[in-house]
Design a protein around this ligand. Structure first.
Ligand code: HEM
Length: 240
């Protein structure tokens, strides 16, 4: 039997069950990769607060990231493992999001007759466009601080603290970062709540409430914690 014949022989109910299974798998994949990001941004945000301790402490912290795990691991070995995990999580997260979005679009064969702007439609658009914005932000961010080390003030680029101060001393760069952090906060708020639902952690009314509050609190702490460094640089509290 050819594969077409086999496919045609598969009853629609079985096909539907398989599609549902793979949709659940994709959602779990999104939730788990998303939670890896939550761990990363929480740690990164906390690390950035070292900027308040001044030039030497911040640069010492940046160097320490490269020596974690030595001598068992080579120099920057831990950083490369973390980078590999993050890249894998990013690929999986974006692939699952795009596939789920395409499926939802295909399933809606009939366009909405009355365009009701329900909360669910708004949330899914916010997640999609928020995700794209965060990706664009990430490209600029890595060019800015890691891959390219772009200093728009023309100052030194091999000194992490000075690069940070020069970047956020530039008002329009601070605005770009603050907009990105607002998008990140909204993405985390809805994403963490969705992940808890996917992972079956919202069975009772009490756990639903707890999950909602946790999603909100984490989103505010992460987006707020990231934002205060650029704001305090712009207002001269953190300076060279
Ligand atoms: C105001 C917000 C942020 C500030 C001030 C900031 C600052 C920095 C700095 C200074 C570095 C370079 C660290 C070093 O080389 O030692 C860095 C690297 C990085 N940041 Fe951020 N960051 C912010 C937000 C974010 C967000 C929201 C994400 C993720 C969505 C992110 C992802 C990364 C990544 C992936 C690296 C590269 C780490 C590496 O491979 O070396 N950052 N950031």
């Amino acid at each position: 039997m050819t594969s077409v014949a086999i496919q045609n022989a598969t009853p629609p109910l079985v096909k539907g069950a398989r599609a549902t299974q793979s949709t659940i798998f994709l959602k779990i994949t999104m939730a788990v990769s998303g939670l890896i990001f939550v761990g990363f941004v929480l740690a990164h945000m906390y690390g950035n607060l070292k900027a308040f301790a001044g030039h030497d402490d911040f640069n010492h912290y940046a160097e320490h990231l490269r020596t974690i795990g030595e001598p068992i691991l080579p120099h920057a070995g831990f950083l490369w493992i973390a980078r590999a995990v993050l890249i894998l999580a990013l690929v999986v997260h974006v692939y699952a999001a795009a596939t789920l979005w395409k499926r939802a679009k295909r399933a809606r064969t009939v366009r909405y007759q009355v365009k009701k702007h329900t909360g669910a439609i708004f949330a899914s658009r916010l997640m999609r466009w928020g995700g794209v914005t965060i990706l664009l932000f990430l490209v600029w961010h890595l060019l800015n601080f890691t891959v390219g080390k772009v200093n728009v003030k023309g100052g030194a680029t091999n000194d992490p603290y000075n690069l940070l101060v020069d970047t956020f001393d530039t008002w329009w760069l601070t605005i770009i970062y603050l907009v990105a952090m607002a998008m990140l906060g909204a993405h985390l708020h809805h994403g963490i709540w969705s992940a808890t639902q996917t992972l079956g952690l919202t069975g009772s009314e009490r756990s639903r409430k707890l999950a909602k509050n946790t999603a909100f609190t984490l989103a505010v702490i992460i987006a707020g914690g990231f934002s205060i460094v650029p704001i305090f640089v712009l207002f001269g509290v953190i300076s060279k």
